[in-house]
Design a protein around this ligand. Structure first.
Ligand SMILES: [Zn+2]
Ligand SMILES: [Zn+2]
Length: 254
């Protein structure tokens, strides 16, 4: 199994893209602006999209993707999320006002897109790859995901503030090789981080203290223009876990 980072920034500008991970060639974990860099041929191969939460930086490419490739595909694209997230997508995105409801196009019997609800702790298996929603703590209902190849797992936190439930789940996993965890703000913006339920380097360090496994740690969702500052502070606060900055086009083999 290969996982490629299509986007890992908290915003846009220049080469920055918002969050998306491509698992092999058919599964997306979140669908931020990075999805738009894929070729038309690659876009048409995406069958499954796992959404961490409803915020625009994580879902913005779903409407464009479905609209772009629907005529090239025989099967619907499946959008996975917890019930609250799917309700928000139905009510506020695919609502015929912001974008058409592709679960009704061309008709409800054979639509271009379908929703499938997932539950925290319950794995979805797709051709040998197990994708399990993990608890997260954000301003809207949110999850992270563990992606397990059978030999190793990558844990992606999604957007989250401090949480004990995530670590309880992660510490129970036997084969965590990589952890991708957000640090959206620098320490001087700790109040904003707290209010928006994101992490800053000081609170990241407190979270990593709860970890009882030893994966390679990568930092995602850095605010544009503050990446260098935030990573320097991550090094000061959480250096013993040797966190590195996640980069676009980085690949993981599991
Ligand atoms: Zn968010
Ligand atoms: Zn976000």
């Amino acid at each position: 199994m290969r996982i490629r980072v299509l986007g890992c920034s908290g915003g846009i500008g220049g080469a920055l893209r918002t969050t998306a991970l491509l698992v092999d060639d058919d599964v997306l974990i979140d669908a931020g602006t990075g999805v738009g860099d894929l070729s038309l041929e690659s876009l048409a191969k995406i069958d499954h999209i796992f959404v961490s939460h409803s915020h625009l930086d994580h879902v913005t490419s779903i409407p464009f993707l479905v609209d772009t490739v629907c005529w090239m595909r025989r099967a619907p694209i499946t959008v996975y999320g917890i019930a609250e997230t799917l309700d928000i997508l139905r009510a506020h995105l695919f609502n015929w006002k912001i974008w058409p409801d592709f679960t009704q196009i061309p008709d409800a019997e054979k639509p271009f897109m379908v929703y499938r609800e997932v539950k925290v702790g319950e794995a979805v298996e797709i051709r040998g790859r197990r994708i399990t929603p993990l608890p997260a703590n954000h301003t809207v209902p949110a999850v992270g995901y563990a992606i397990d190849s059978g030999t190793a797992s990558l844990v992606y936190s999604g957007d989250t503030a401090g949480t004990d439930a995530l670590w309880k789940a992660v510490n129970a996993m036997a084969n965590v090789k990589y952890l991708i965890i957000e640090t959206a703000f620098s320490n001087k913006e700790r109040d904003i981080a707290t209010a928006s339920k994101h992490l800053c380097p000081e609170t990241l360090a407190r979270e990593l203290e709860k970890m009882r496994v030893a994966p390679e740690v990568f930092i995602t969702h850095l605010k544009p223009g503050e990446g260098a500052l935030t990573m320097r502070e991550v090094g000061e606060c959480a250096g013993r876990w040797r966190p590195r900055m996640l980069e676009s086009n980085q690949e993981f083999s599991l």
